[in-house]
Structure formats: C-alpha cells, structure tokens
Write a protein that binds this ligand. Structure first.
Ligand code: NDP
Length: 336
C-alpha cells in the first residue's frame, strides 16, 4: 500500500518556508502484533512543531532532517492487530503528517463519534483545551473579580483561557492580531475587551486603558514586547503563566534575557512555566467539566480548516502568521 508523507526537508533558519518540507511517497510496512493502521482524517498543526524542526535542546527531542513531521491526528482504523480496535473505529494518534499511520494500540485514545465533532479532540476537547484549563486554573489561579489578560487570545489555547476566566467571574482582556479576531472575542466569546496589537500605537497605553484596576493574572502565549507591556501593569502578587513564546520561535539569536524583572520584584509576582503533558493524569476530569460547559453553551470554539495533506506546510506557516482563528487543522480525508 502506498503512503504519502510530509517530511522535514531542511531545518529552517528564521521563519520556516515551504521549501523546508518535502512530500514523499513510500510503501507502508507490515502491521505487527498489537498495532493498528489508521487513515488520517484531521491533522493538527501546532506552534511547538517549530521547535522540533530546530536542533536546539528542549523538553522533547528534535526531529531529524528526512523525518516525517510529527503531529497529532484523528484517524480512522483501517486494520487492527489489537483486540481493542476494529475497522471503522476512530482514535486520536500521534502518527504525524502522513495519509496512513501505524501506531501501537496502547498509544491511541479511542474516540466516540457520537460524543461530539471528531475534530474537537484536537482542539477544545484535546491538548489546546487542556492547556488552557490547567494553565489558567492551576498556574494563574484566578479569584473572582481579578483582572485576567491573555495574549494570543484568538488562538486555540487563548480563546478557551479567556472564556474559562469569564466563567470564574473575572474580567478578561484579550490581545490578538486582527480586528476580526478582536470582534470575535468580544462579540461572541464574551471577553470584556480586546485589542489588535498590530495596529495599537502603544501596547502598554492600550492595556493601561483597558485594565484600570491593574493586572492580576497574565496567561502568556507570545512573550516579547507584549509581555514587557503587561509586566509594567501587574498588581501585587500577580500570577503569570508562561504557556508559549511564539513571538520568539523564529529568532536566530538568543534574546537578551528576561526583561522588566524589577516589576516582578516590586509586585512580588510569580512567573511559572508549565507543560500540559505534566497534567495528563488529570485530563479526564478536566474534559468532563469542559464537556459540560460546551453542552450548556458556556464555552464556544472555532476551528480553521485547510484541505489536503500536501497543504499541511502552508497551514503550518499560516498558523505562525496568524491566519487561524481558534484551532488550525488540516482536513486530510473526509469523515465517513
Ligand atoms: P494559536 O492557535 O494561538 O496559533 C498561534 C497564534 O500565535 C497565531 O494565530 C498568531 O495570532 C499568534 N502569533 C504569531 N506570531 C506572533 C507574534 N510575533 N506575536 C504575537 N502573536 C503571534 O496556537 P496554540 O493555541 O496552539 O498555542 C498558543 C501558545 O501556547 C503557543 O505559544 C504554543 O507554543 C503554546 N502551547 C504551550 C503548551 C504548553 O504545554 N505549555 C501546549 C500547547 C501550546 P495573532 O493573529 O493574534 O498574531
């Protein structure tokens, strides 16, 4: 059986380019005992993939040039050598950017197509939703009435963070990269206010205007100058969750260290990085609570789809450029 894959063709220098990827045809190997063959239906493209394309040391090993691009997938079972899976089942897998993937059955999460849209298991009911839930509730620990600011607010993680903060009784200010995104956050998702960082003449002044009582919690998806501006407005004992630093992922030289640390000192603030993978043993309870909010209409989400596996590189570059609202996904094959 022939398989189409997207490989890492070159390590990007600065912003990734289409030529850093290569579409490749290969034969599928035989299925071994305990393994399952899946056809990819939805593929997740995520900011962390930029890190894996570099050889810089991080929490996960880098990809090698020539490797299949890594990634989470919703797949349909075509063949199974494991009693837990049969033809036509759906599962979440980590089989990467390819039409067909083989996975050990024990590494799959079986999905119930009746429980909700399958794609949601890669967005609100998957890693991005869990990142929002634990980063906000366990790291920021917002108390009713405290002001919460979230950067990357219209993305997969940020859009959920702001809504959970609202559910906890907090005024929420979102920072995003287009007027349409700002409108979505305030008119549909219930953010108290939001602004476009690309057109605001002065981020600090804009935030000061919108956060008249200062900032108690900051959920940081982006780092860089936006985070500098937030640090200048922190309230005493503020909590900052460092979730992502997307504004820095294409840097070719190291940043000149953390900035504005004197503000952390004088406001006795706490800055804590976190990785969602450290919370996976608590995921079930979190997903039950989020599922409830979804059913009650208290939590909304959006997904941006790009069609075709061969367009996965373009979808990934689009994600880094802010072309997504909510979660960026590639539709590899139709649901049946
Ligand atoms: P998003 O859906 O938020 O997509 C990325 C967004 O980043 C783009 O849409 C764009 O939106 C914004 N962006 C790109 N460049 C810049 C820039 N220079 N300055 C400000 N914003 C920028 O992705 P995710 O929700 O999947 O991830 C959000 C963050 O969370 C990422 O940093 C990611 O690495 C991190 N993450 C961390 C996890 C953890 O365990 N700690 C787990 C999952 C994600 P815009 O139009 O607003 O610019």
């Amino acid at each position: 059986m022939q398989n189409t894959q997207v490989l890492l063709a070159a390590r990007p220098v600065g912003a990734p380019k289409l030529s850093d990827f290569r579409v490749f045809q290969t034969e599928l190997p035989e299925l071994k005992e305990g393994e399952v063959l899946l056809e990819a239906v939805y593929l997740s493209v995520d900011p962390y993939m930029r890190g894996r394309m570099s050889d810089t040391k991080s929490y996960a090993a880098p990809m090698q040039v020539g490797d299949v691009m890594v990634g989470g997938v919703v797949g349909r079972v075509l063949r199974s050598n494991d009693p837990g899976f049969s033809y036509g089942d759906y599962a979440e897998a980590f089989t990467g950017w390819q039409h067909y993937g083989i996975s050990a059955a024990k590494q799959l999460r079986k999905l119930d197509p009746q429980a909700g849209p399958l794609s949601a298991s890669l967005s609100v009911m998957g890693i991005p939703g869990l990142t929002a839930y634990f980063g906000l509730l366990d790291v920021c620990k917002p108390k009713r009435g405290e002001t919460v600011v979230v950067s990357g607010a219209a993305g997969a993680v940020g859009s959920i963070v702001g809504q959970i903060a609202r559910l906890k009784g907090c005024p929420v200010v979102g920072i995003a990269g287009s007027d349409e995104k700002v409108k979505w956050l305030t008119k549909e998702l219930g953010f108290d206010s939001a602004f476009n960082y690309k057109t605001a003449p002065n981020t600090h002044a804009k935030l000061k205007d919108l956060c008249s009582k200062g900032i108690d919690c900051y959920f940081d998806n982006v780092g860089g100058t936006i985070t500098d501006a937030v640090f200048g407005l922190l309230n005493p004992n503020a909590r900052i969750a460092i979730c992502g630093q997307i504004s820095q992922y294409n840097n070719t030289e190291a940043e000149l260290g953390p900035r504005n640390l004197s503000q952390i000192l004088v406001k006795t603030a706490t800055v804590r990085g976190f990785l969602v993978m450290h919370y996976l043993d608590q995921a079930r309870e979190a997903l039950i609570e989020m599922g409830g909010w979804l059913r009650e209409g208290k939590l909304k989400y959006r997904e941006t789809f790009v069609d075709g596996l061969e367009n996965a590189p373009a979808a990934f570059l689009g994600l880094l450029n802010g072309e997504n609202t909510g979660k960026m996904l590639v539709r590899v094959a139709p649901e049946r």
